[in-house]
Design a protein around this ligand. Structure first.
Ligand SMILES: [Zn+2]
Length: 96
């Protein structure tokens, strides 16, 4: 058993994120032998974690830094895409 697990999730805006061990990654660029994905909190939290996958989606290399933020929470809608639950969203639900 590997601790590594990756799942592609589709968002409502048509983007696909790759969820790895509970953290989400965005596609960055193609490599000679695969693809490089960056933590989706790179811009908002300046998180530096990146993962290289080979062409079959297997883990090649993961940066050794830890994420500087918690795992995001996503729920799957009945339409089959994923929505990120933020504290703002929760607040709105509670108020409506
Ligand atoms: Zn991160």
């Amino acid at each position: 058993m590997s601790l590594f697990s990756a799942t592609d999730i589709r968002l409502g805006n048509g983007k696909t994120l790759r969820m790895v061990n509970g953290y989400t990654f965005s596609f960055s660029n193609r490599l000679r032998n695969g693809e490089r994905w960056l933590c989706s909190s790179k811009r908002t939290k300046l998180c530096r974690v990146s993962i290289n996958f080979d062409n079959d989606g297997r883990l090649l290399k993961m940066s050794s830094y830890p994420h500087n933020h918690g795992r995001p929470t996503y729920v799957k809608t009945s339409q089959g895409f994923y929505v990120k639950i933020t504290s703002d969203y929760t607040t709105k639900l509670e108020q409506s």
